[in-house]
Write a protein that binds this ligand. Structure first.
Ligand code: CA
Length: 482
């Protein structure tokens, strides 16, 4: 990066002598932008250009059709808001990246577009990462219209970690977001079999507010891993969980994401997760650590498949609003008890580690719809920190399979405030709660589900990729008879 800055300084100082010319050049930066075209035979030259710091705002590096073994690839450059620098496939999907890969994206306003990562794998910790090195992070970069499918290190065991062994030891991360203001959009991800995240958002202690946006992606099949560490997206990490993150995860589709019981694991504060579709995926959206997250307008369709779940809540200040849960065989909602209270600056983290479960408190769960979900769990799990000030209001719970389970009611009930909830099922007799009244649905939930699901499909993922089209058609086919 130093090299780039130096050359910019050199250019700027030479332009001082030609002040009027500099203005003209500045106004037409993109007009002077260049396009560089490479074939797989010219990989070394492409690598030298991308990592050499000579690319200018507006430049495009185009990969022609073929299979590329890139090894270590650095895309280091400084684009601008109006003129990003892009690395793209001449024909989306026809430039295939395979083999061991460590792809580092570092700089500003860089875009990777239309690449097909197939039978590639991470030669280091992550296959693609948005940084140069520790503390040297990218900003405003974008991974768009790409596919990562079946990228698993052939030398790593696909079996789950032996009991007692950290599953991280066989982890391989696909995309590691560092820095801020990145966007991952219109991509397709599927067939990750080794442990590790599909997308991990890493929060730096001193620059943790990231504003990343993950939208309109299709996350396809991930087979059951058999243990922890096979989430699709994780936002933060235990050690960074008390920091503000401000990521937005919206309008994505998760189909058959069966890696483990957490599909999205939120481990930081102030994130927004909205309008995502979780379809026949055996896991949940989990607010695992951190506070003040908004979970809004998501749709979960389980079709009575074992392990399909909705939203799990612990910690403080979350808003869970207008989500639709349909036929979840696990639970639609779970509010867990805590083991410790939220840490303060005085907390001894040796005794109360950040990996613990913190008390659910000041949570607002309202206007959600639970349609024929097998369970709602209030106060389950181990621990003595009972939920406090959890408002569950104006929710609708219908369908013959529905059930509400209140665990240790004498202890947990005072922490919940139930208000104006409608239910239409035969209570299994476990509870008779204030704040619930029997009712009939006032809207056509089948039509609402159909409308929500079908609108989630339009324009999602990488439109050029066959399995992407097939997956969307699969979901669509479930609503054809209506
Ligand atoms: Ca997990």
């Amino acid at each position: 990066m130093k090299q780039i800055k130096k050359s910019i300084v050199a250019v700027m100082s030479s332009l001082v002598w030609f002040g009027s010319l500099a203005l003209v050049l500045g106004a037409s930066a993109s007009a002077s932008a260049r396009e560089y075209v490479f074939t797989p035979e010219k990989t070394d030259e492409m690598r030298a250009l991308l990592g050499g710091g000579c690319l200018k705002p507006g430049d495009r590096v185009v990969m022609k059709d073929g299979v590329y073994n890139l090894g270590d690839l650095d895309f280091f450059a400084e684009g601008t808001r109006s003129d990003s620098i892009s690395l793209c496939a001449e024909n989306p999907g026809k430039a295939v990246v395979s083999g061991p890969l460590r792809f580092r994206i570092y700089g500003t306003y860089l875009k990777v577009d239309g690449l097909f990562f197939n039978k590639a794998w991470a030669s280091g910790f992550s296959m693609i990462e948005f940084r140069k090195d520790k503390g040297e992070n990218a900003t405003h970069c974008r991974l768009s219209n790409c596919v990562i499918d079946d990228c698993n290190d052939p030398d790593k065991s696909e079996a789950p970690a032996p009991k007692g062994q950290m599953p991280m030891s066989v982890a391989e991360y696909w995309v590691g977001l560092y820095g801020s203001n990145h966007r991952v959009d219109h991509c397709y991800f599927a067939n990750k079999r080794i442990g590790g995240l599909v997308i991990q958002l890493w929060l730096d202690e001193d620059s943790h507010i990231n504003n990343h946006q993950i939208d309109h992606n299709l996350f396809g099949f991930r087979k059951p891993y058999g243990g922890n560490g096979a989430e699709i997206i994780r936002v933060g990490h235990s050690w960074s969980s008390q920091l503000e993150s401000h990521a937005i995860i919206e309008n994505n589709v998760f189909l058959h994401c069966d890696g483990e019981n957490e599909i999205i694991s939120v481990k930081s504060c102030n994130n927004v997760l909205r309008r995502n579709l979780f379809f026949e995926s055996r896991g949940a959206l989990v607010c695992r650590h951190g506070h003040y997250n908004v979970v809004e307008g998501n749709t979960f369709v389980g079709n009575d498949i074992k392990g399909t779940c909705g939203v799990r809540i612990i910690n403080q200040g979350h808003t869970v609003y207008d989500n639709l849960m349909c036929r979840l065989q696990g639970w639609g909602l779970l509010v867990r008890v805590g083991i410790h209270d939220r840490p303060t600056p005085d907390t001894d983290l040796e005794k109360e580690p950040l990996t613990t479960f913190h008390r659910a408190e000041n949570v607002d769960i309202a206007y959600n719809h639970f349609i024929d979900c097998r369970a709602m769990e209030f106060g389950s799990g181990k621990g003595e920190k009972m939920p406090r000030n959890v408002r569950f209001a104006y929710n609708n719970i219908f369908g013959p399979q529905s059930n509400i389970s209140l665990f240790r009611p004498d202890e947990t009930l005072p922490g919940f405030y139930f208000l104006g909830n409608s239910y239409g099922f035969t209570d299994k007799g476990t509870i008779e709660l204030e704040g619930f009244h029997p009712a009939q649905p006032t809207v056509d939930y089948a039509a609402i589900e159909r409308e929500r699901v079908l609108s989630s499909l339009s324009g999602t993922g990488a439109a050029w990729y066959g399995p992407n089209i097939r997956d969307l058609s699969y979901i669509q086919s479930k609503y054809m008879e209506l």
